[in-house]
Design a protein around this ligand. Structure first.
Ligand code: S3P
Length: 159
């Protein structure tokens, strides 16, 4: 399975869809699967149940997806906080998409549907996660200031 990781707004959905189209594979977004299961948006669930409840559901959903049929799977930016998820990624091709925080904010900074973007220490969250993404990646691609087609070609060549 090819698994896309990276911060919010790094391009996981955009590049994931393109990779899936090139490879004739299905694209799956873990947040969409979670939303189908809970019947509301991630943002609503966060507000109603809190982050720990979301993380538990996220971990369970992703572990199931990683054990399921092969696809191109995009993980929510915070999914790598789970040890169970991190451990299972060792068995898959992990593509880390990186964009500078300033560009992330230009792309999705105003998105009210991403609760974690509005945390006070966003820079600290970004810096802390970067190290984790890097440690898990088998392929890293920079998406900052780049055309999605170019990034997709680079990832395809590295697979
Ligand atoms: C989150 C990222 C979101 C979503 C949730 C929490 C995070 O996914 O899972 O809002 O903690 O970074 P995207 O990375 O697809 O925006």
């Amino acid at each position: 399975m090819i698994v896309l990781i990276g911060f919010m707004g790094a391009g996981k959905t955009t590049i994931g869809r393109r990779l899936a189209a090139h490879l004739g594979a299905e694209f799956v977004d873990s947040d969409h699967v979670i939303e189908e299961r809970i019947g509301c948006t991630v943002q609503t669930f966060f507000a109603r149940e809190g982050e720990p409840a979301f993380r538990a559901l996220e971990e369970q959903t992703i572990v199931e997806l990683l054990d399921g049929p092969p696809c191109i799977l995009a993980l929510g930016g915070g999914a790598i906080g789970s040890t169970a998820v991190r451990d299972r990624l060792a068995d898959h091709e992990v593509v880390y998409l990186h964009a500078p925080l300033a560009e992330v904010l230009t792309r999705v900074g105003g998105d009210v549907y991403r609760p974690m973007l509005h945390r006070p220490d966003l820079q600290g969250l970004y810096d802390g996660r970067l190290e984790v993404y890097e440690s898990l990646a088998s392929i890293t691609a920079q998406t900052g200031g780049r055309d999605p087609g170019q990034v997709t070609e680079e990832v395809l060549a590295a697979l």
